[in-house]
Design a protein around this ligand. Structure first.
Ligand SMILES: N[C@@H](CCC(=O)N[C@@H](CS)C(=O)NCC(=O)O)C(=O)O
Length: 217
């Protein structure tokens, strides 16, 4: 039986994009279901009753949620074009940095995006500190996984367009090539990969969306 793959996502979600990138890098066909999160579909609620969030990947009727878990499932199920290294220690490190992206970097960026005044100012050094860890980790590497993009690159991928959008919306500069040369180079290399380039949501639409969510100064 051919695999039936469905992805529940939204047009803008960076978590949803991770799944699209991974499926396309693996050369897999899938159907996309775009959700309106203000009116979640009964199917989304059925497939992800605990978190009620996108993305959800449904493989032959079986749902998997949480983007990093879905990435692992994709990697475990389809062996072509590996996203994780073979060596167990390197695999652990790839997972460690992907978790760092969600637990530390993303949270610090969201905090700056959705606060203002003193709270926002105090949040900026935390973002910079988290970016410095990534900068160190990327030293001497084109991608986290080496010559081709892998698990950690996909996890960090949102920064390559969303950080710029957030800079525009907040007026706060996070990335410049002098302060973060490795990250800047990585962003450039990452955006150059055809599967990545082909799937970015419209930057203008993202700016409008985030402007509407951000607290007025
Ligand atoms: N940790 C989750 C985060 C997913 C997530 O936050 N999805 C958002 C859209 S970007 C969502 O579905 N929000 C709906 C809600 O919170 O009700 C993952 O990695 O998949």
């Amino acid at each position: 039986m051919a695999d039936e793959l469905k992805v529940f996502r939204t047009w803008s979600s960076p978590f949803g994009l991770r799944i699209i990138w991974a499926l396309q890098l693996k050369g897999l066909d899938y159907e996309t279901i775009f959700e309106d999160l203000s009116q979640k579909s009964p199917l989304l609620l059925q497939y992800n009753p605990t978190y009620k969030k996108i993305p959800v990947l449904v493989h032959n009727g079986k749902p998997i949620s949480e983007s990093l878990v879905i990435l692992e499932y994709i990697e475990d199920t389809w062996k072509q074009n590996p996203l994780l290294p073979e060596d167990p220690y390197e695999r652990a490190m790839a997972r460690f940095w992907a978790k760092f992206v969600d637990d530390k970097l993303l949270k610090s960026v969201i905090n700056v995006l959705f606060t203002k005044g003193k709270e926002q100012e105090e949040g900026i050094p935390k973002v910079m500190e988290n970016l410095k860890y990534i900068e160190e980790e990327l030293k001497g590497k084109k991608f986290f996984g080496g010559a081709t993009i892998g698990f950690t690159d996909i996890a960090l991928g949102w920064t390559a367009n969303l950080l710029g959008v957030i800079e525009e919306v907040t007026g706060i500069k996070f990335i410049d090539a002098q302060k973060f040369p490795q990250i800047s180079e990585w962003m450039h290399n990452f955006c150059d990969v055809p599967v990545i380039k082909a799937n970015w949501p419209s930057r203008d639409k993202l700016v409008t969306k985030y402007q509407a969510h951000v607290a007025p100064k």
